[in-house]
Design a protein around this ligand. Structure first.
Ligand code: NAD
Length: 243
């Protein structure tokens, strides 16, 4: 399988969890140093430098990669702010990194995946990283973010509908608030970081943030044949926020 944004956070933990289950993982990211440390952690993880915002880089990697069983489009970013605070640049960057990257990756890797599904008479799986902050639930200061993650869910459902008979499954993963380097960055850049962390925890009914290992079992499940009858779904792993 191939994972984008796999050098840190949920992507990295997913690469390690899938490798631990026996998958051969191609972990991609723009951070070579972190990729190198990931490759050193598990012998069946191959690393590739990949900027998912580059059409040329995505096409070049697809051209030299054998057909995938599973693709986890994990790359994404949070732009803070309401509609009046979100700049046009942040809006465009959010849509390019969070949504168009998935369009790019899917168009590049899907033809070989479909051919594989046909010859193996089995299913291939695409997992797109969405969020509970999306069409599922609105959150303050998440204008661009929520809009992009809602778009990810729409893209995922269209893929599921178009290719269900061809043996392709597509599902959207919707985590709650996960303790990752990017979340730590958001907390550190708040006016009052201590209060910001308390606020993130306060919206989690289970009273804590998710860890990456709360999320990775769902990635393993969706990538594997254990989820063979699951497609077009938004899988929430949110500690009860949306109860
Ligand atoms: P993170 O922000 O800690 O790590 C992001 C990784 O993306 C980094 O390794 C970075 O180098 C890489 N990256 C940045 N730009 C890239 C590009 N152009 N091409 C390829 N890689 C690039 O990650 P995280 O917090 O684990 O988030 C991963 C995904 O999960 C994102 O899509 C995010 O929206 C989603 N998500 C996160 C949370 C959370 O609370 N952390 C909750 C729900 C969904």
């Amino acid at each position: 399988m191939l994972i984008t944004a796999a050098a840190q956070g949920i992507g990295r933990a997913s690469a390690l969890a899938c490798a631990a289950e026996g998958a051969r993982v191609i972990a991609t990211d723009i951070n070579q140093a972190f990729l190198d440390s990931l490759a050193a952690e598990h012998s069946s993880i191959q690393v590739e430098l990949l900027d998912v915002r580059s059409d040329a880089a995505v096409a070049a990697l697809a051209a030299r990669t054998p057909a995938l069983d599973a693709l986890f489009n994990c790359a994404g970013m949070v732009a803070n702010g309401s509609v009046l605070e979100c700049t046009e640049a942040d809006w465009d960057l959010s849509f390019d990194l969070n949504v168009k990257s998935m369009f790019r990756m899917t168009r590049a890797f899907l033809p070989a995946m479909l051919a594989k599904a046909e010859t193996q008479n089995g299913s291939v799986s695409i997992i797109n990283m969405a969020s509970m902050a999306s069409s599922i639930k609105g959150f303050a200061n998440r204008c661009a973010y929520g809009a992009t993650k809602a778009a990810v869910i729409g893209l995922t459902k269209s893929l599921a509908a178009d290719y269900v008979k061809a043996g392709l499954r597509a599902n959207a993963l919707c985590p709650g608030t996960v303790d990752t380097p990017s979340l730590r960055g958001r907390i550190a850049s708040a006016a009052d970081p201590v209060q910001a962390e308390k606020d993130f925890i306060a919206r989690q009914p289970m009273g804590r943030l998710a860890t990456v290992s709360d999320i990775t079992p769902m990635v393993v499940f969706l990538a594997s044949d254990e989820s063979r009858f699951v497609t077009g779904q938004t899988l929430l792993v949110d500690g009860g926020v949306t109860i």
